[in-house]
Design a protein around this ligand. Structure first.
Ligand SMILES: *[C@@H]1O[C@H](CO)[C@@H](O)[C@H](O)[C@H]1NC(C)=O
Ligand SMILES: *[C@@H]1O[C@H](CO)[C@@H](O)[C@H](O)[C@H]1NC(C)=O
Ligand SMILES: *[C@@H]1O[C@H](CO)[C@@H](O)[C@H](O)[C@H]1NC(C)=O
Length: 504
């Protein structure tokens, strides 16, 4: 059974529906439906959106000189210049797999620190996401158009746009620092490594750059989700672990499904138990990812430390209750913390075109194999590369290149490699986040620094500071600011040095 984790954030559920067999839900970074509704939410209660939107005429293909390569598409980017003056630094968010406004709205950290640095903030949307569609609504039509969607093109987009922006601002000496979370964090780190002449450093938050090939054990992700629950209570973990078999045992006859639909308070009657499973599954995986120390609304509104809250619900259940009903009640915290849901939309509509940007990326370069061990709280499963490749071939007519990312960007023996090459990267990870297992968790050199927090979750450092933030989080951000300041000081010292050399 093929389980390949889809995106860092995006599509857990979507991929399982379209790409994998029932027993294989795959996490992606974020579920589509949730994400769309979030964008709406993010836009409605209006704290004024502190960015101006621009569109940059971007080159379709940076790497060949075919006649079509120079076709232009409009790439969206957001700017905040309220604190900036000429010569001051530029903080670049390397956009990941989604609407850039959503990432901007959830990266309050950059706004928080902009005044201190007098930084210009630039959030660049990743090609083939949000509004930055090279072929308009036909962008996902086939491999002919999707072929231009990959991380190398995206990095080149950032480089070209930043050069143009600096030129237009007549501020070519401004230092650029790259910021990114999740897949965007990978891009930020890779941007520093591939374009050191453009970015003086990178803060890569929750960037699982080691989730490829065989660098880390393939069971890491699901083992980490399970550990989060087990750490709260053994019972909680056991109950969730036991719930799948109870669900599996439900007959697929109409009456049984009607019963299940009632128990799960679904808006429409279920057609299979699979969708109920995927729904529970997503709740546990995403809650582990966003196990933030304060109330937050990233994917959905959730209380502080939601994994603890879920386990509290499970542990309080009267003995004799089925494990499945406990699991359902816990998952309801994820879907209904707002208390606003009348019923649950469990069977998500499958996109009739079935083609989403991240799905393409996972079927080509972003191959992150995942298995589920017997110790995980999910049904055990291996990873069958052949089956996965076949599904990609069927879906897009292309085969994945499972070793390409490590060939292009490295990853194996990263400590030894980056110790002698590269500088000025912060890898920050929170151990609650299951993606942390694919992150860089050890200091590599004096300037390639791993900041690891035991209680942190998926790029928690990028969230706006709040009064409720625990000390470790405040300290993490303080350390990040201090390190970035050091990079900038060194950069400016080098500049001054260079200019005196010229004078002499
Ligand atoms: C810089 O100016 C040129 C000419 O007006 C424009 O085409 C380009 O989009 C600008 N660059 C950016 C990053 O906005
Ligand atoms: C969501 O929570 C509210 C308030 O507790 C409750 O009335 C409602 O039934 C819940 N919705 C579902 C689908 O369980
Ligand atoms: C890396 O070094 C920094 C100090 O420069 C330290 O604060 C941090 O804890 C170290 N990280 C790890 C994972 O040991």
């Amino acid at each position: 059974m093929a389980t390949c984790l889809s995106l860092l954030f995006l599509f857990l559920i979507t991929s399982s529906v379209t790409l994998t067999t029932p027993a294989n839900s795959l996490p992606a970074f974020f579920p589509r439906a949730t994400y769309q509704s979030l964008i709406k939410q993010a836009k409605s209660p209006k704290p004024k959106f502190p960015f101006k939107t621009h569109y940059f005429p971007q080159t379709l293909d940076h790497f060949t000189f075919q006649p079509k390569s120079s076709k232009i598409f409009y790439q969206k980017y957001l700017i905040n210049s309220q604190y900036w003056h000429k010569g001051a630094p530029i903080f670049l968010y390397t956009g990941n797999e989604g609407d850039i406004e959503w990432f901007a709205a959830n990266t309050g950290f950059m706004l928080d620190i902009a005044p201190k640095f007098k930084a210009l903030l630039v959030f660049i949307e990743h090609r083939f996401y949000g509004e930055s569609m090279p072929f308009g609504k036909d962008s996902y039509q086939s491999a002919k158009t999707l072929g231009y969607l990959n991380s190398q093109q995206a990095l080149a987009d950032f480089a070209v746009l930043i050069r143009s922006l600096k030129q237009n601002l007549s501020s070519e000496a401004s230092a650029v620092v790259a910021f990114g979370g999740s897949y965007g964090g990978m891009l930020a780190a890779w941007f520093r490594l591939k374009y050191p002449h453009i970015a003086v450093g990178a803060l890569a938050s929750s960037a699982p750059i080691l989730q490829f090939d065989k660098i880390i054990p393939w069971s890491s992700f699901y083992d980490a989700v399970s550990q989060d629950f087990k750490d709260v209570s053994r019972n909680c973990y056991e109950v969730i672990k036991g719930s799948w078999a109870e669900l599996e045992a439900i007959s697929t006859q109409k009456e049984a499904l009607t019963e299940l639909s009632k128990a799960f308070r679904t808006c429409k009657s279920l057609h299979s138990t699979t969708s109920a499973r995927d729904w529970l599954w997503a709740a546990f995986v995403y809650t582990a990812m966003v196990n933030y120390p304060t109330e937050a609304n990233f994917m959905k509104p959730l209380p502080a430390y939601p994994v603890q809250q879920m386990c509290k619900i499970i542990d309080k259940f009267p003995s004799g209750a089925t494990k499945l009903s406990c699991a359902f009640a816990a998952a309801s915290l994820y879907y209904n913390y707002s208390q606003a849901e009348n019923c649950f939309e469990i069977e998500q509509e499958v996109d009739p075109h079935g083609l989403h940007g991240w799905d393409w990326q996972t079927c080509t370069e972003m191959v992150m194999p995942m298995t589920r061990s017997k110790e995980s709280m999910f049904p055990p499963s291996g990873f069958d590369y052949e089956e996965f490749a076949e599904q990609c071939q069927m879906k897009y007519g292309v085969l994945p290149r499972p070793h390409w990312i490590t060939t292009e960007f490295g990853g194996q023996r990263i400590e030894k490699v980056l110790k002698r090459f590269g500088s000025n990267i912060i890898f920050s990870n929170g151990m609650q986040d299951p993606w942390s297992r694919g992150g860089v968790l050890k200091n590599i050199s004096a300037s390639i620094i791993a900041l690891v927090t035991e209680k942190g979750a998926h790029h928690v450092d990028f969230r706006s500071a709040t009064k409720e933030d625990p000390d470790w989080l405040t300290e993490l951000r303080r350390q990040e600011v201090e390190i970035i300041q050091k990079w900038l000081n060194e950069y400016h010292a080098d500049l001054r040095h260079a200019s005196t050399e010229v004078l002499v």
